[in-house]
Design a protein around this ligand. Sequence first.
Ligand SMILES: [Zn+2]
Length: 473
Amino acid sequence: MSTIASSATAVERRATEQFDETVARLKDYLSYAAISCDPSHFDDVHRLAERIRDDLSALGLDNARLLHLEGTLPCVAAEWLHADPSAPTVLIYGHLDLQPVKGEPWRTDPHEGVELDGRLYARGSADDMGGWVSHLAAIRAWLEESGGLPCNLKLLIEGEEEIGSPNLERYMDTFPEAFSSDVMVLTDCENPSVDIPGLTVSLRGLMELELAVEALDADGHSGLWGNMVPDVSVALCRLIARLTDEDGRLKVGRVEDIDDDWRRDSWDVPLNAEIIRDGAHIIDGVDPLPTHGRSPAEWLWRQPSLTVVATTLPTAETKKNALRTKATATLSVRLAPGQEADELRDAITEVVTTNPPGGVKVTVSPTGWDGESWLYTPRGPAFEAADRAYERVWGRKLLQVGVGGSIPFVALFGRKYGDLPLILNGVMDPKTTAHGPNESMHLGIFGKAIRANVWLYEELGALPRDTLAVSPA
Ligand SMILES: [Zn+2]
């Protein structure tokens, strides 16, 4: 035990000594405008993928290759499988592609890594290049310091995450050997602060509904008919109001069955009024909604919510003194993790179609926009190992966090590999502004992530592979 620990300590030291070289490598990758939604940048995606493949090979990984399916952008894969066969195989997943930058007010060149005040600015710095490069750094330090890794390891770096991973499941089915493993470490998630490492365990789902109200088959004179004929605009607003409480939150489908320990820990998430005000750009004189005894984390990650994203109410351009035939609102509903879309849709439909105001005709129809939710209970030795690794480097265990939005690849991994330990973390923090202008990564987080990875491999490598499977929540 002591020789292993001292060797991991030496690896950690070497990784720290190599930090500047790691940042230089990262800056090189960030200079590729690998934007996956823009065909004029597909060539950059390909060039970066080839570059990474060659680097993985030079690092000492085996079988570094591009996986490719017709009509898709490639994945990069590589492996190192020379640890004891009883040791687990750890899959590291990340993505190399970027969000576009068009029209955004950047202070620096978005495709050049620039260090400012302890942060590295560039599109993709934290989402997600820093995430998986933190693993390359740990792998390199292990191989150079001790000539091997304490666990078997596979790397899979996707080229289409930022367009919603439309082909990732096909890659999983076509190249199962590139994914098969005992533990998966998925980068691309957030830390709640620069001092608190995060473990993502839930996503909200997404369901979009069109709520339509009809009363007339032709517009009618409001002076002649007002007071005896329903106004569809008012009826629509009253129906939306029915779905919400006095604060404007969705009150249908609220979830009460939430783990007590999770509820207690959720108050540790640093989401106070100031952070919410700042992050969401709330104007002076307006406050975040009252919490009513539930933590902000619970409201954001574990409760369903409603946003009106479009309407066909009369606009300033179409103003006239008339009662209208029809009004619609598109309701974007975030589903609580694990909540069934059909059940919530039925509950919403029941509320708006029962005794509608003025007897108007009400219909609710799905628009087809949706996203899977995910709820995961991390348990078993792999998570205890991760906690030990993080505690050693960060001084505290991983805090379980959620994501209020949908991330297709996470839901997909959860569906396909939910019986494996899925460790979702990354190098983002609340100041990262992923997908926005001036994206950046905190270099202190990056350093801690690299060192924690060194210990994560060490801790996971000490576990017999046949003890790791978990039963899904
Ligand atoms: Zn990402």
